[in-house]
Design a protein. Structure first.
Length: 396
């Protein structure tokens, strides 16, 4: 549950100090763990850095002026991150940077360590250590099961407070309806029903303004006030684009979870798909600029976020299908050929002449769960065989 925070200028200064202290403590822990290697003594957990933090607060007045709750929680978060890394659940924690990682977390019992209250129909207040009551935009009720919250400042200079609450799932219609979702670049999400949904990005005028600002940033002197203002303007445009993408994902995922009981998507390895093509000095890559543009388009389409929100809103009702040849198989007759897809948008079957939008045809194959085995035979649910004759393999 995230809300827009509205601190006063004085409160904003204290919040920025909390962010810098949390980032400083986190980076110190990262530096300590860089000296640890497998085979040595066990890496320090939370107890040892916590003791060192107490000694540092006694020695440095600027660190003692900050909130001990914020600083200790940063160490707890780092210890949890390292635990996830050793368990193979996440990558190794890295450095946090000024202007990028501006935030901190407060954990504790509501009413004792922190509190929240409603002061008017559209305004609420949250109590933050060393800051006091800070107002935020009250758009929905904050439930009592919230055990922590995070305060964060984005690159556009906006403050938000997010309460850690697991939202209830969205109930399906109960009719057994199944839908297939094909994710693409030109069409962000094509449904097997024929609907084509696209993420609303920046307008043409906003794209042109972003280009001008980026050229201006390249000419600005490092550390100058002009460069700071340009970076803030770029951040506001980027935040606008991100907000539109997240809003589209929330509305689309809720729409699909309410309307269909089973949602089938391609099991895409997005992390591998968006890898850079630069290569190395010994083996430089090819078509690097085109691949970088494709990677940006994939990120802008919100492929991963859409499936993540679907799994959260419709748990147990999202099925991932093998994406092999779903864009080359004719939904009408089952014929598979690379020539069936004439272009990005046109699908024309060479066997039966069936014509459809290429992404919609792929979504229909995903809806029935069609996959292709190593021999090339179609295996839709129910065990039906491909109508296209398959070669017979004989042993020598």
């Amino acid at each position: 549950m995230r809300f827009r925070l509205g601190p006063t200028p004085a409160q904003e200064q204290v919040l920025l100090e909390h962010c810098s202290h949390a980032r400083y403590v986190w980076n110190l822990a990262v530096e300590q763990h860089q000296h640890w290697r497998p085979g040595r003594a066990s890496a320090p957990g939370y107890a040892e850095p916590s003791r060192q933090l107490t000694e540092a607060r006694n020695e440095f007045a600027w660190l003692a002026a900050g909130s001990q709750t914020v600083q200790q929680q940063a160490l707890r978060d780092f210890a949890q991150a390292m635990g996830n890394f050793f368990a193979g659940m996440h990558r190794r924690p890295t450095w946090r940077k000024t202007g990028v990682h501006e935030g901190f977390r407060i954990v504790g019992k509501r009413g004792k360590d922190w509190n929240v209250r409603r002061v008017s129909r559209k305004t609420g207040e949250v109590w933050i250590p060393k800051v006091g009551w800070v107002r935020f935009r009250w758009s929905r009720e904050v439930t009592d099961d919230a055990k922590s919250f995070r305060v964060r400042r984005d690159r556009a200079g906006r403050w938000h407070v997010a309460f850690a609450v697991i939202p209830p799932s969205v109930n399906g219609p109960g009719t057994g309806q199944v839908v297939g979702v094909d994710r693409g670049v030109a069409v962000s999400a094509a449904l097997s029903t024929g609907e084509q949904l696209s993420v609303p990005g920046l307008r043409d005028t906003e794209v042109e303004r972003l280009r001008r600002l980026q050229r201006r940033l390249a000419r600005a002197k490092l550390g100058s006030n002009r460069r700071t203002r340009v970076k803030m303007a770029i951040g506001r445009l980027k935040a606008r684009e991100t907000d539109r993408r997240k809003d589209w994902v929330e509305k689309t995922s809720t729409y699909l979870a309410r309307r269909y009981d089973v949602i089938r998507v391609e099991d895409l390895k997005i992390k591998n798909m968006v890898r850079s093509a630069r290569g190395t000095l010994a083996a430089p890559g090819t078509n690097v600029r085109a691949k970088a543009g494709l990677n940006r388009s994939i990120h802008a389409a919100g492929w991963g976020l859409l499936v993540t929100r679907l799994e959260q809103k419709a748990p147990g009702r999202v099925e991932k299908i093998n994406p092999a040849y779903t864009s080359q198989i004719c939904h009408a007759c089952g014929h598979r050929a690379a020539e069936n897809r004439e272009s990005q948008a046109v699908f024309r079957c060479r066997a039966c002449g069936h014509v459809d939008h290429a992404d919609v045809n792929a979504a229909k194959n995903i809806a029935v769960g069609r996959t292709v085995t190593a021999r090339g035979a179609l295996q839709p649910p129910g065990g039906a065989m491909n109508r296209e004759p398959q070669p017979v393999l004989t042993s020598r």
